[in-house]
Design a protein around this ligand. Structure first.
Ligand code: BMA
Length: 364
């Protein structure tokens, strides 16, 4: 007989395995939500495309606030950004609204809408300084240095991380499935403008904070998080990796590099990208990770054709999964604090061209 009858074959393999509950065929475990998001990001990279991201895209824009469905990106291009970024600052204090006044309930609902569109969500966190009570930019005290010997402070930080974790793990789609998100805590640490930054902590203290963060999420069984590391500009690879939490803790190797100085600053901005993103991309590939341009932009867009003349050529050919620009604050509060053109801005046509002709992913 050429083939064993099926039942006999199953019985044979079952008994060979020596455990009636184990089947001989390898059991495919279904991927976690985070793994499915990693695959989507990798697919974008493999097809030479990248998600275009915008912070707080549907919360407010240059001239509006909380209008259902509104988005400056959509108003100009006809589509939403492929990636939306949100911030958890103030969640650590159990506040109902984040540091820019956006209600966390609203953020959760918008994350679900963006997910339903086939888009991606990324989350940053600007927590308060746990020692002084000031904001993220309050570097008058060094919590991470103090944490090394102050267990009460460690307990506070742990409770804060747990609040961020509770929010992120509560993100569900309309069918109750967990929504995978990119989480990018403790960003721009290579600079010294945040209390977790370079002048306020040793690399070891910074890495310990990352490990604590990741361990709190992992021990709660949270599996919808793709972890992004994103130091700032002007770093050698050695400097970039001096505060790297480790391959076990990180899924995305990112970097934040902004354009300063308008027309005169183009060369410097481009040079900064060329000096850093290629090695980030290379290291990501070697480590089986994803590379991303986690934050960038030109505040106020005084270079009207910035998107096609400056950004696009700077990242051309680099396999990065996404590029995210910062928020369009409402004009009455911060008139020049915007990073995508709004209707009527001179850069409108150029941004539409970027949408139409680049390999950036937007969603309907
Ligand atoms: C900064 C500015 C601030 C804002 C913060 C957190 O870059 O946009 O106005 O509060 O990000 O979103």
């Amino acid at each position: 007989m050429k083939y064993l009858p099926l039942i006999a074959a199953v019985a044979l393999t079952t008994s060979c395995a020596g455990n009636a509950n184990k089947s001989a065929a390898p059991v495919e475990e279904s991927p976690t939500p985070a793994e499915t998001l990693i695959v989507r990001l990798q697919n974008a990279v493999d097809s030479g495309r990248f998600y275009f991201g915008h912070h707080d895209d549907t919360a407010y824009g240059h001239t509006w606030r909380y209008e259902d469905g509104a988005s400056d990106v959509k108003a100009v291009t006809g589509e939403y950004p492929g990636l939306m970024s949100w911030d958890l600052g103030m969640i650590e204090l159990d506040s109902a609204k984040n540091l820019d006044g956006v209600p966390f309930e609203f953020i959760a609902a918008e994350i679900a809408k963006q997910d339903a569109r086939g888009g991606i969500n990324a989350i940053s966190w600007h927590p308060r300084n746990p020692v002084s009570g000031g904001d993220s930019w309050d570097v008058s005290t060094s919590p991470l240095q103090m944490m090394a010997t102050d267990s009460t402070l460690t307990a506070t930080m742990t409770a804060w991380i747990d609040r961020a974790a509770a929010f992120i793990s509560s993100l569900k789609d309309s069918e109750g499935n967990p929504i995978p998100v990119i989480f990018r805590p403790w960003h721009e640490n290579s600079g010294s403008w945040f209390w977790w930054g370079a002048n306020n902590s040793t690399p070891e203290q910074y890495i310990n904070l990352w490990h604590l963060t990741r361990e709190r999420f992992d021990s709660a069984g949270i599996d919808n998080v793709v972890w992004a590391y994103s130091p700032d500009k002007d770093l050698t690879p050695e400097q970039y990796f001096s505060t790297y939490p480790g391959d076990k803790y990180v899924d995305i190797l990112g970097t934040d590099i902004y354009h300063f100085g308008g027309e005169q600053g183009i060369e410097e901005y481009t040079a900064r990208i060329k000096a850093q993103l290629p090695y980030v991309v290379d290291e990501a590939r070697k480590r089986g990770k994803i590379a991303a341009f986690t934050e960038t932009g030109l505040e106020g867009l005084e270079v009207a054709d910035w998107y096609t003349r400056v950004l696009q050529p700077s990242i051309e050919g680099l396999p990065i999964a996404y590029v995210c620009v910062w928020r369009n604050a409402i004009e009455s509060e911060k008139p020049n604090h915007f990073y995508v053109p709004y209707p009527g801005h001179p850069g409108e046509g150029d941004f539409k061209k970027f949408h139409d002709t680049s390999r950036a992913i937007f969603v309907k």
